[in-house]
Design a protein around this ligand. Structure first.
Ligand SMILES: NC(=O)c1ccc[n+]([C@@H]2O[C@H](COP(=O)([O-])OP(=O)(O)OC[C@H]3O[C@@H](n4cnc5c(N)ncnc54)[C@H](OP(=O)(O)O)[C@@H]3O)[C@@H](O)[C@H]2O)c1
Length: 326
């Protein structure tokens, strides 16, 4: 496992990390979570991603119990959480980054995670109604109080990120250090075009999500939706159209000969492709069972095999030029 600096911070994250969205509580109980986290940790993963909204807070509870039972040295790993959507359908408590919500939110997350601090706290989405300055001050305070060490953004626009960076700079506050954007072979436009200046000019890091497009980039959806997959879960109907999109599925299938040539699976090839981007600090992988973790962790060994010629062949399948022109 390679470790990359999180942007221009001193902290290094494993290039492959492990997150709990959809899976913890819904598909994986504490035992399964421990098994998967151990497999990731043994492979060198040092960063575990979570959010207060995942499974209505239960994902943090599962991870917290798992971490407690695993008993790893706290300084040997990083945990993150994210706040925005909230847990209660009430004014000031949902879809907001106001000061009260962020500070109450971090307290709730730490309680569920059974931790004294998280290493990273993200604003899970931008909030168009709270002044960015209020959010920056609240995040600064959370860090000053030792409840988190670094903070970041998720799916903020480049302009919003720059605004937060400048406010923090002006007031000598802790700056956000990383974005958490979607990035995979099928969703790369924003990462490559909009954010590039933020990485280059400000040294912003990125911990990228859904590297397998929720499993579409494994190739397993080519014969329909498998009964034991995310696509078959109750409440995830919104993913159906995406997971059964014939144009996307045929692109995924076109990866097969390249994967065979490289002696790897389509999933490993898709993850390795994300790793090749130097602006990616960490690829947050997801898994519903331990076999997937074992398979995915080997993507680190596949990445060095992705020569410029292979990358060109992959790009020719996914048509990056067309995407970047629109
Ligand atoms: N900031 C944000 O807004 C945001 C949004 C989404 C995710 N995230 C973070 O990013 C993490 C990863 O996202 P993701 O779970 O969507 O990642 P993903 O890699 O796109 O999808 C993971 C899912 O694909 C299937 N899968 C994974 N490896 C496989 C393999 N080798 N073979 C077959 N199936 C495989 C599993 O689902 P099944 O087995 O159920 O099919 C697994 O749960 C999340 O856990 C979360 O921490 C952040």
């Amino acid at each position: 496992m390679e470790y990359r600096h999180l942007g221009k911070t001193g902290i290094r994250v494993s290039e492959l990390s492990f997150g709990s969205w959809v899976t913890f509580h819904t598909q994986a109980n504490v035992d399964a979570a421990m098994e998967m986290m151990s497999a990731a940790y043994d492979a060198g993963v040092n960063f575990f991603d979570n959010a207060e909204s995942y499974a209505g807070g239960q994902s943090e509870s599962v991870m917290g119990t798992a971490l407690k039972q695993l008993g790893w040295r706290r300084s040997s790993y990083l945990v993150s959480t994210k706040i925005y959507w909230g847990l209660h359908d009430n004014v000031n408590e949902k879809n907001t980054l106001n000061r009260k919500r962020l500070i109450e939110g971090i307290h709730g997350s730490l309680e569920r995670l059974q931790l004294d601090y998280v290493d990273l706290i993200y604003c899970h989405r931008p909030d168009k109604t709270t002044p960015i300055e209020e959010t920056v001050w609240a995040m600064h305070n959370i860090i000053e109080w030792g409840k988190a060490f670094y903070w970041g953004t998720s799916e903020w626009s480049a302009a919003e990120i720059v605004s937060a960076l400048e406010i923090a700079d002006r007031h000598h506050l802790h700056k956000p250090v990383t974005e958490q954007p979607v990035y995979n072979l099928l969703s790369r436009h924003r990462f490559s075009s909009e954010y590039e200046r933020v990485y280059k000019d400000y040294g912003y890091g990125t911990t990228i999500w859904s590297p397998l497009a929720s499993g579409l980039l494994t190739g397993k959806y080519s014969q329909g939706i498998p009964a034991d997959s995310r696509g078959a879960l109750k409440g995830y109907d919104w993913l159906h159209d995406e997971l059964t999109d014939q144009e996307k599925l045929s692109k995924v299938q076109a990866l097969e000969p390249i994967a065979t040539e490289l002696d790897c699976t389509i999933s490993q090839l898709a993850l390795a492709w994300c790793l090749k981007n130097p602006f990616v600090s960490s690829v947050i992988t997801g898994a519903s069972r331990v076999e997937q973790v074992h398979e995915n962790m080997k993507a680190s060994e596949v990445a060095p095999k992705l020569t410029p010629e292979i990358l060109e062949r992959v790009d020719s399948i996914f048509g990056i030029e067309e995407e970047e022109e629109d």
